[in-house]
Design a protein around this ligand. Structure first.
Ligand SMILES: C[S@@+](CC[C@H](N)C(=O)[O-])C[C@H]1O[C@@H](n2cnc3c(N)ncnc32)[C@H](O)[C@@H]1O
Length: 214
C-alpha cells in the first residue's frame, strides 16, 4: 500500500466519521448509512452476487457494516441470519436497517467469530484489506494491522461451517491478492476465485470461496 493510497483511505475515514446519516440504494434495496460505518460499494455487491445460498440455509455475515449482505441474504431466502461487527456504530446501523426493511436478522457485536459456537451453511466476511494500525473504532472498516482479523477468520472458519458449508472472503487489488491466497493456504484452506469486478475507483475486487482441505 503506497503512502498516497493510505492518505486517501485516511481522508475517506475522516469523511465517514463526519457525515450525516443518509439513504443509499443498491441492487434495488434502500438502506441507511450511519456515520462511522462503511457505506458499501463494488465489493459489497460483488459478495452478494456470488453467495451460493440455497433457500432455507443459515448465513453469518461477519463485519456486517450497514448489514447489507446479511439483509440481502435474508431477502433472498436465507432462514436464520446472523450479522456481527466489532464496530458499535455498525451494529447500530445493521439493527436500524433490519427494522427499516422489516427483515428479521440477529445483530450482535463480536470480534470476528467471538464466542459464538453455532455452525452455519454460509459464512461471509468482507474484511479490512490494509495492513495498518486502526486507532479509532471505525478505522477497522479499512485497517487491520498484521491482518489479525483476517487470520482469525481463516483459522476458525472450518469449526463454524456445517458439513457442505461454504466460506467467502472479499479482497482487493489494493491489498496484495497473492497475500490472501497464501494466507488461506497457511490455514489449510483452498481459495477459489468466484468473483472479480472493477470498482469506480480503478481497483479490482475479488471474492474467494474457501474450501477446507481437511
Ligand atoms: C470493508 S467493511 C465491509 C462492511 C460490509 N460487510 C460491506 O460489505 O459493505 C469491513 C467491516 O468489517 C468490520 N470489522 C473489521 N474488523 C473486524 C473484526 N475483528 N471483527 C468484526 N468485524 C470487523 C468493520 O467494522 C467493517 O464494518
Amino acid at each position: 500500500m503506497s503512502a498516497e493510497s493510505l492518505k486517501l483511505q485516511a481522508e475517506s475515514l475522516k469523511r465517514m466519521a463526519e457525515r450525516r446519516p443518509f439513504l443509499k440504494k443498491s441492487t434495488g434495496i434502500n438502506y441507511f448509512v450511519l456515520p462511522k460505518v462503511y457505506q458499501g460499494s463494488t465489493d459489497t455487491e460483488l459478495l452478494c452476487s456470488v453467495l451460493d445460498l440455497k433457500k432455507g440455509e443459515d448465513l453469518w455475515d461477519i463485519g456486517t457494516g450497514t448489514g447489507f449482505v446479511a439483509l440481502y441474504a435474508k431477502k433472498h431466502g436465507a432462514h436464520y441470519v446472523l450479522a456481527t461487527d466489532k464496530n458499535p456504530a455498525a451494529v447500530a446501523n445493521a439493527k436500524r436497517n433490519s427494522s427499516f426493511l422489516n427483515l428479521n436478522i440477529e445483530v450482535r457485536r463480536e470480534d470476528v467469530f467471538g464466542g459464538i459456537k453455532k455452525k452455519f451453511d454460509v459464512i461471509a466476511f468482507n474484511p479490512p484489506f490494509t495492513d495498518h494500525q486502526a486507532k479509532r473504532s471505525h478505522e477497522i472498516s479499512f485497517w487491520d494491522a498484521g491482518h489479525v482479523s483476517v487470520k482469525k477468520f481463516l483459522k476458525h472458519l472450518p469449526e463454524h461451517l456445517r458439513e457442505g458449508g461454504r466460506g467467502f472472503i472479499c479482497w482487493s487489488s489494493f491489498g496484495d491478492t497473492r497475500k490472501i491466497k497464501r494466507l488461506a493456504r497457511v490455514y489449510g484452506l483452498t481459495p477459489l476465485e468466484v468473483g472479480k469486478r472493477k470498482g469506480k475507483n480503478g481497483f479490482t475486487y475479488y471474492v474467494y470461496k474457501l474450501n477446507s482441505n481437511g
